[in-house]
Design a binder for this molecule. Structure first.
Ligand code: GLU
Length: 507
């Protein structure tokens, strides 16, 4: 395949949904796999639906996920501008050309006339109340008016739109790379508006003109665009671009966790998981929705998780870094059916990636996180925490939230352990152990272990009886990372203080 060029073409009508990130990812993987070009095009022709900050959010989200476009509003490129609002002068001539060729027509209908048509169709129990081959004959358009009437309306400044003249009796066919051949009867399609009365193109016209001018070879997008594709195919044909028409691949939906219907923000909120890659603050309501990034997901884990929502490599493996994903990715292995969303799987991926990271990287991240919590802990200490906690958590922040005792003395002790294990003998041994480590003043975990063994041997008591009590004294809890590592982390003085405190409190 030569010169693969794909685009991710979001409309900045809000934050990027996780489904949009998956679409971007499949485009990105396909481009990289084929040494192609990954383009970001902002489809912002619908000014009514424009949301402040959405474009910036899309760009930042792609950046966080590691999918930096080769061409786009930030990078520029030979085929720019990459924002449709900056290309608006370009589209009208194609709409005019279509009118000239009889493939589109002017429609002067007022909103009242359109409503009246719909009402009549509804009353006549017609299922689709659309402007189409049947209804257009009764409306005010250049197919029903004379050329003079049309010209005088235009000269008069009457508002008009340009509509596609969809053939009523033709079958429109195209091949989808995932779904195979798709056939749609022209009679079921609407004469879509191509150019609005304000001179702005609609999605359909702008999308086709830009895909053509930007030499897009493959259109990889969500399933919700499948019904628009016959319109697009007609546009390619009518504009004389059929030979260079891109191939289409419509991606399966992301489904709710129970598999019943499309995944929505409401489902995500209900189950308590994010739907957006980054935090999003609604510019009107000022409400903040938590993102994957801020929830503690690592970008590579998030990408790995997302890659498998609708695609699989054909074997049981599931851990792939981005390079491996690029190597393995194949459109033929994208499924037709929807992909059930399972946040537990996302957590599992995060855990797998987290434990493979270096202590230094995790320590630096923990350090940053602690700053946001106003917890003072130097970076060397954070690296040490990472070393003994990384196998035990799913998210970096859990190194703090699940083990606050690492940062502050415990103010309570787990009752279950106290009742089961704590007694005078244990308290005595703890004091002995505290004395010994104080005297030795060496916080090497091996050395500490030896000292503990010597105390236990002297008293002739099992290690299993003492260890939980020492842990309880140090952390207030019944479980956690290796005890000697913890003592070493606290240092001798802090460890002794904690043991003495516990003995004083628990008797
Ligand atoms: N602007 C459309 C969207 O918001 C693009 C669909 C397409 O890729 O053609 O998803």
């Amino acid at each position: 395949m030569t010169n693969v060029r794909v685009r991710f073409a979001p409309s900045p009508t809000g934050p990027l949904h996780i489904g949009g990130v998956r679409t971007a990812l499949y485009n990105y993987l396909f481009a990289k796999k084929n040494n192609g070009t990954f383009i970001l095009r902002i489809e912002d022709t619908d000014q009514n639906r424009f949301v402040k900050g959405a474009e910036d959010y899309i760009i930042k989200s792609l950046e966080w996920a590691g999918m930096v476009p080769d061409e786009g509003p930030v990078q520029g490129g030979e085929y720019g501008p990459y924002r449709q609002s900056e290309r608006k002068e370009l589209y009208k001539k194609y709409a005019d050309q279509l009118v000239k060729d009889g493939k589109a027509y002017y429609a002067f209908d007022t909103p009242e006339q359109l409503e009246e048509m719909r009402t009549q169709l509804r009353e006549a129990k017609v299922a689709n109340q659309q402007y189409n081959a049947l209804t257009r004959t009764k409306m005010t358009n250049s197919l029903t008016l004379s050329a003079e009437e049309v010209q005088s309306k235009i000269d008069n400044g009457d508002p008009y739109v340009i509509r596609l003249n969809v053939p009523a009796k033709e079958e429109i066919r195209f091949k989808d790379m995932i779904r195979g051949y798709v056939k749609v009867h022209g009679g079921t399609l609407e004469d879509k508006i191509l150019l609005k009365s304000d001179g702005m193109p609609t999605y359909h016209l702008a999308n086709i003109v830009d895909d053509h001018l930007m030499k897009i070879t493959h259109v990889i997008r969500g399933e919700e665009w499948l019904p628009s594709t016959p319109i697009h195919v007609l546009l390619y044909r009518y504009l004389g671009w059929e030979d260079s028409m891109p191939e289409f691949a419509h991606l399966p939906l992301l489904l709710k966790p129970d598999g019943n219907g499309k995944l929505s923000k409401r489902d995500a909120d209900k189950h308590g998981f994010p739907i957006f890659p980054l935090n999003w603050t609604d510019p009107i309501k000022n409400e903040v929705s938590l993102g994957y990034k801020e929830s503690g997901y690592l970008p590579d884990a998030f990408i790995n998780f997302l890659s498998l929502l609708g695609w699989n490599p054909g074997n049981d493996e599931d851990l792939f870094d981005i390079n491996k994903l690029i190597e393995l990715f194949d459109i033929d292995r994208i499924q037709k059916s929807g992909a059930k969303f399972d946040i537990e799987k996302a957590k599992w991926f995060n855990q797998q990636y987290l434990k493979e990271k270096s202590n230094e990287e995790l320590g630096a991240n923990l350090h940053d996180f602690l700053k946001t919590q106003n917890v003072d802990c130097d970076e060397a200490k954070c690296i040490q925490i990472a070393s003994f906690m990384k196998e035990r958590v799913t998210f970096i922040h859990e190194m703090y939230t699940n083990s606050k005792y690492l940062f502050e003395k415990p103010d309570s002790y787990d009752d279950k352990i106290v009742n089961k294990k704590w007694n005078n003998e244990a308290a005595e041994i703890i004091m002995d152990f505290a004395e010994k480590i104080k005297a030795e003043n060496n916080d090497d975990p091996q050395k500490l272990k030896q000292l503990l063994m010597s105390v236990v041997d002297e008293k002739g008591i099992g290690l299993g009886k003492v260890m939980p009590c020492i842990r309880l004294a140090l952390t207030g809890q019944g479980g956690g990372p290796d005890l000697m590592e913890i003592i070493s982390f606290f240092g001798i003085k802090e460890s002794v203080d904690r043991m003495v405190n516990a003995v004083e409190k628990l008797g």
